[in-house]
Ligand binder design. Structure first.
Ligand code: HEM
Length: 169
């Protein structure tokens, strides 16, 4: 066998192997039900899965209503409860914050969580009570378990910023 024949044979082998590889990938892709197009497509944002701005507004509004009735925490919210305007403004700010946090196209112009809660002496128990009110509100709105968990996990990440030790204040 001359050197030319050897090269031709090797090239043929590689081509055959490539064909096998392509066939294998196609079969694997069919079996798993994932096309490359689907794999590249990103999952819908949490904001969209919750139901967009109307859903976010319903979460914020219902949560504030619950907080203002909740004797475990409403002593913190005398300002928000002082007038219908204050309540409305707090609901709107909270809605914008939640909207941005879940990946929505809103603009939040309020303070960051550390600054917003600095000097308020928010306790761990108070935080947990508000988180409980939020969970109840998500249940009332029939938010599915997966999305509810994502929202609750997000809120959990804020605890360290909101419940501040006296050395941070
Ligand atoms: C659980 C997650 C919480 C989130 C996402 C959150 C978010 C916010 C936001 C976005 C603001 C508005 C900031 C601004 O206007 O610049 C705010 C204000 C405030 N937060 Fe929180 N907060 C949380 C928990 C708490 C807790 C547990 C307490 C106390 C028990 C608390 C007490 C307050 C108070 C008193 C204000 C000022 C409200 C007003 O006077 O209008 N927050 N919070």
């Amino acid at each position: 066998m001359g050197i030319g024949d050897l090269i031709t044979t090797i090239l043929k082998r590689i081509n055959r192997m490539q064909r096998w590889f392509v066939a294998l990938v196609l079969v694997a892709s069919l079996l798993t039900g994932t096309s490359f197009g689907q794999a590249a497509k990103a999952e819908k944002s949490l904001y969209d899965r919750l139901g967009g701005k109307p859903a976010v507004d319903a979460v914020a509004s219902g949560l504030v209503d619950r907080i203002l009735k909740d004797t475990r925490v409403n002593k913190w919210f005398t300002h928000a409860a002082a007038s219908p305007e204050n309540t409305k403004a707090y609901k709107a700010t909270l809605a914008d914050f939640i909207c941005v946090a879940v990946g929505g196209p809103c603009k939040y112009t309020g303070a960051d969580m550390v600054t917003a809660h600095k000097g308020r002496g928010v306790t761990s128990a108070a935080f947990d009570a508000v988180a409980e009110d939020l969970a109840a509100q998500l249940d009332q709105l029939k938010v599915p378990a997966k999305e509810k968990k994502e929202v609750m996990d997000l809120v959990g990440t804020l605890k360290r910023s909101i419940v501040q030790s006296s050395s941070q204040q």
